[in-house]
Design a protein around this ligand. Structure first.
Ligand code: PAF
Length: 280
C-alpha cells in the first residue's frame, strides 16, 4: 500500500498510473461500515483497478463548538485496517496540505442543503462539498463511494457532480448496522454505556413507521409523531429532527408518496446520531 501525504505526490501518482481508481473519502476512525465501502470500491475498481481511501478530518464541515478537536484520529489502527482491506493508496494529508491559510473559495449547494441536517448544521455541507471537490481534483478518481446513512450528503454530492460536470461516478452504499440495528458510525464510540443501550431506538422507530406505512398510513404527521414518541421514550434521547421528505428534493411532504425518506437526527448526550429509511 502506498501512503501519500502531500497534494503534489497525489498528483504525481495519477500521471504515473492511469488505472481505474475508485475513491472512498473518509474522516478516519474506520469501522465495519467503511470496510464495506472499501469492499464496494474494490468491486467497482475491478481486478486491474485501484482503491484509494482518503482520511481527512475536515475542519470546514464542523460548526464552531462541534467535535472537531475531539474527533477520533486512530492513525495506526486506520492504516492497518486499510492495509488489511487491500487498499492500494491511502491519502491522509495534514490540514495545511488541503487548505491555504488565506483560502477564499468554497463550493456550496443551495437547494438540498437547506433541509434536514443543513438546518441544524449551518455551513456543514459547504465544508463537505468543498473538501470533496478538492479530493476529486487531487486524486482524480473515476468513481467514489459514499454511505447511504448520510443520505443527504450523498444526494448533495450527486447534485454537485451533476451540476459542476465532475467526471466521477458516485456509488451509494447501503448502511451497515450493529447487531441491534444501530447504524455503524465513528461517533458511536462517544456514547456512554447507557446511551449506547438506548441508541438502537432510532432504527426500531424507523422500522415501526415503515411497517405502519406498509399497512396503509399515508399521513406524514402521523408517521413523524409515531417516530417522535418512540424515540422520546428513551430517557437519554433528545430529538434534533424527525422529518418525512421527498427522497429526491429532500423537501418535507404532507402525504407519503414514493420516493419518500424518513430521516432522524437525535442527540444522546453530546453525540448526534443520524439514520433514515426509505418508505414504500
Ligand atoms: O462522510 C464523511 O466521512 C465526510 O463527510 C466526507 C465525505 C469524508 C467529507 O469530509
Amino acid at each position: 500500500m502506498k501512503i501519500v501525504e502531500t497534494a503534489a505526490e497525489a498528483h504525481g501518482g495519477i500521471a504515473a498510473a492511469k488505472r481505474r481508481r475508485v475513491l472512498v473519502p473518509t474522516m478516519g476512525a474506520l469501522h465495519r461500515g467503511h470496510l464495506e465501502l472499501i469492499r464496494l470500491a474494490r468491486a467497482a475498481a475491478g481486478p486491474e483497478g485501484e482503491v484509494a481511501v482518503s482520511i481527512f478530518v475536515n475542519p470546514l464541515q464542523f460548526e464552531p463548538g462541534a467535535d472537531f478537536e475531539r474527533y477520533p484520529r486512530p492513525e495506526s489502527a486506520d492504516e492497518e485496517l486499510c492495509r488489511g482491506a487491500g487498499v492500494d493508496l491511502l491519502f491522509r494529508p495534514p490540514v495545511s496540505e488541503i487548505y491555504f491559510a488565506d483560502r477564499s473559495v468554497t463550493v456550496e449547494e443551495h437547494a438540498l442543503s437547506q433541509t434536514l441536517c443543513g438546518k441544524s448544521r449551518p455551513g456543514h455541507f459547504r465544508g463537505v462539498c468543498t473538501v470533496v471537490t478538492k479530493l476529486f481534483h487531487l486524486l482524480e478518481p473515476d468513481a467514489a463511494v459514499f454511505g447511504e446513512k448520510d443520505f443527504q450528503q450523498l444526494a448533495i454530492i450527486r447534485r454537485m457532480v451533476r451540476d459542476l460536470d465532475f467526471r466521477v461516478e458516485i456509488i451509494g452504499a447501503p448502511t451497515v448496522r450493529e447487531e441491534d440495528g444501530l447504524a455503524c458510525s465513528s461517533r458511536n464510540q462517544y456514547l456512554t454505556p447507557e446511551e449506547r443501550e438506548q441508541a438502537p431506538v432510532l432504527r426500531a422507530a424507523l422500522l415501526e413507521a415503515a411497517e405502519r406505512a406498509r399497512n396503509g398510513e399515508r399521513s406524514a404527521e402521523a408517521l413523524v409523531r409515531l417516530v417522535r414518541e418512540r424515540i422520546s421514550a428513551a430517557p437519554r434521547a433528545r430529538i434534533d429532527y424527525v422529518e418525512l421528505v421527498n427522497a429526491s428534493s429532500l423537501e418535507a411532504v404532507v402525504t407519503l408518496a414514493p420516493p419518500s425518506l424518513l430521516a432522524v437526527a437525535v442527540f444522546f448526550g453530546k453525540t448526534r446520531l443520524i439514520d433514515n429509511i426509505q418508505l414504500p
